[in-house]
Design a protein around this ligand. Structure first.
Ligand SMILES: NC(=O)c1ccc[n+]([C@@H]2O[C@H](COP(=O)([O-])OP(=O)(O)OC[C@H]3O[C@@H](n4cnc5c(N)ncnc54)[C@H](O)[C@@H]3O)[C@@H](O)[C@H]2O)c1
Length: 271
């Protein structure tokens, strides 16, 4: 056990999680706290990040290790202030988890609302990756401090999902930029990787997968299950192992530029 804790402990480290009020952010924050880290939750909705903080504090008795910062991660100035706030309380940041992201509905391409398309690209790419990466990597480089970034890719980073045009475009770019940033920042001791969750029911996709009125799976939800060899949706707790691995310098210090699927076999489905 000592060997495991030496490899995976995040004692004394600080993890910044964007989209801090979200479903996956909450599960990952819980895993990082259990591994000994401090957490700073960055989200643009005060209520949801406060709720996550309360949940974590009640469950893990860790109030002094969880900070919330109201922050729109598409805005550089907001992210700079969040970095400063985190440095003031915890003395620095070691890991950035880019978990802000999501989708808005689906439509045939010919009916596409271009404004919605731009919003989703802005959410997943600008707020979900580019701005926080730019600001936090600049901080690490200026401080000559190593760092680790974990992005959120998707199954649509590999194979487009029908009707979610902006989500496909932005999530394939997340995988691409994970590789590009890994190369860009390797010289500075900054590793950049991504997790590609299969299907986990969250706020962003609930309405696509479960009928609000009947509570039954939608035809799309049934399709997902048919295409997932393990025949079920994931439980967000099942993302913890890979999140801990990628964050740990001792366990993953030579891993950079990869996207790791956690998908019940979705990507290996065949006929
Ligand atoms: N749930 C899944 O099945 C699944 C699958 C694959 C990938 N993902 C990806 O994982 C990430 C998290 O997904 P989730 O299911 O937890 O989503 P979620 O909707 O529960 O959480 C996303 C959070 O991001 C926050 N957010 C949105 N815009 C923001 C901004 N500009 N600044 C700060 N915060 C902002 C939202 O308020 C929300 O709390 C997303 O990138 C999503 O695309 C999720």
């Amino acid at each position: 056990m000592e060997y495991l804790s030496e490899k995976f402990s995040l004692e004394g480290k600080t993890v910044a999680v964007t989209g801090g009020g979200g479903t996956i952010a909450k599960a990952l924050a819980e895993a990082y706290i259990q591994a000994g880290a401090n957490i700073t939750l960055w989200g643009h909705r005060a209520q949801s990040i406060e709720e996550t903080k309360r949940f974590l504090s009640d469950k893990l008795s860790c109030e002094d290790r969880v900070q919330v910062v109201v922050c729109d991660t598409s805005q550089e100035e907001d992210v700079r202030k969040a970095v400063d706030a985190c440095c003031e309380i915890f003395g620095g940041i070691d890991v950035l988890v880019n978990a802000a992201g999501g989708n808005r509905g689906k439509a045939p391409l010919v009916d596409l609302d271009i404004k919605v398309f731009q919003e989703v690209v802005n959410l997943n790419l600008i707020a979900g990756l580019v701005v926080p990466t730019k600001v936090v990597a600049a901080y690490w480089i200026a401080e000559e401090r190593p760092g680790c970034i974990i992005n959120m890719a998707s199954m649509s980073s590999y194979i487009p999902l029908s009707g979610v045009w902006a989500y496909n475009a932005s999530k394939s770019a997340v995988k691409n930029l994970t590789m590009a940033c890994a190369k860009e920042f390797a010289h500075a001791g900054i590793r950049v990787n991504a997790i590609a969750p299969g299907f986990f029911i969250g706020k962003q996709n609930r309405d696509l997968l479960i009928d609000r009125e009947t509570k039954e799976f939608t035809p799309r939800g049934m399709d997902v299950l048919r295409h997932t060899p393990m025949g079920r949706f994931g439980d967000v707790q099942e993302l913890a192992g890979v999140a801990l691995l990628l964050a740990s310098e001792k366990a993953a210090g030579f891993i950079t530029g990869v996207t790791i699927p956690v998908d019940g076999g979705y990507l290996v489905d065949n006929i």
